[in-house]
Design a protein around this ligand. Structure first.
Ligand SMILES: NC(=O)c1ccc[n+]([C@@H]2O[C@H](COP(=O)([O-])OP(=O)(O)OC[C@H]3O[C@@H](n4cnc5c(N)ncnc54)[C@H](O)[C@@H]3O)[C@@H](O)[C@H]2O)c1
Length: 253
């Protein structure tokens, strides 16, 4: 077990990449705070973890709210006494739109969840980790930060912001032995994929168009990101901080 005895908070853990990571980290021995704005989804993931013999608890949390970020961390501390891993994963996608047609309210929402949500998570978790002199803060960024697609300007900018935030926080936290790392997935088979494709539902045309942009010839499964997160959160990644790991089948080459 690569995360035996560790305690993790994962945001947006009710679905997709967050859910797969909660399940994978629990399998590796971590106890998980499964946080999501969708409480029913968070509870369903906790059930899955428990059925597999792991330990988890569900928290309804909106990452755009400072108090909710505090709550997730407090639940980890009051239940299990420490916080080893925080995966700031909750995010919202963008429907492809030209800049002149983009609604300002969409910008505000995307930045509130994808940027302020990560910033608030860092504010809540990193003080605890610095005091412990131990911890790993992971951020789900995107290849959109490195190799964006046309029409995705607002989402790309939000992910670029958290990659820069990751690097700055990594320097701030290094003297305390706390690591901060971003993960950049290429298109991943989760409920938000259709929106990126500009569709209501994923269809053959959308899949073919996206797969054609990935040298390894397929999109990510949520488990591809879960495997990366388990590694980065483990002591095997002890010398990795400030990096943005592309999990992208070669898309960013
Ligand atoms: N799916 C992709 O193609 C892809 C590619 C690159 C990066 N990402 C990033 O991966 C992360 C996870 O996305 P996913 O693909 O698993 O999508 P998903 O839609 O399956 O899961 C996102 C989860 O976040 C939750 N959420 C949304 N707003 C929230 C909020 N304010 N507070 C708390 N929870 C909230 C949702 O309820 C949902 O459970 C996101 O940051 C996304 O931007 C996804």
């Amino acid at each position: 077990m690569r995360l035996k005895g560790k305690v993790a908070v994962i945001t947006g853990a009710g679905s997709g990449i967050g859910a797969a990571t909660a399940i994978a980290m629990a399998r590796e021995g971590a106890r998980i705070v499964v946080a999501d704005i969708n409480e029913a989804a968070a509870k369903a993931v906790v059930e899955q973890v428990e059925k597999a013999g792991g330990q988890a608890l569900a928290v309804r949390a909106d990452v755009t709210r400072a108090a909710d970020n505090q709550l997730m961390v407090e639940r980890a501390l009051t239940t299990w006494g420490k916080l080893d891993i925080f995966l700031a994963n909750a995010g919202v996608p963008q429907f492809p739109t030209t800049i002149e047609e983009q609604d300002e309210a969409v910008f505000d929402r995307i930045f509130a969840v994808n940027v302020k949500g990560v910033w608030l998570g860092a504010k809540a978790a990193l003080g605890v980790m610095k005091t412990q002199k131990r911890g790993v803060f992971l951020v789900t960024a995107s290849t959109a930060a490195i190799r964006p697609r046309p029409g995705g300007q607002t989402y790309a900018a939000s992910k670029g912001a958290v990659v820069a935030l990751t690097k700055s926080l990594a320097l701030e936290c290094a003297p305390y032995g706390v690591r901060v790392v971003a993960i950049a997935p290429v298109a991943t088979e989760t409920p938000m994929l259709a929106t990126f494709m500009g569709k209501k539902e994923v269809d053959a045309e959308g899949m073919a168009r996206y797969v054609a942009t990935v040298p390894l010839g397929r999109l990510n499964k949520p488990e591809d990101l879960a495997n990366a997160a388990v590694f980065l959160a483990s002591d095997e990644a002890a010398m990795i901080t400030g990096s943005c790991l592309e999990v992208d089948g070669g898309r960013c080459i």
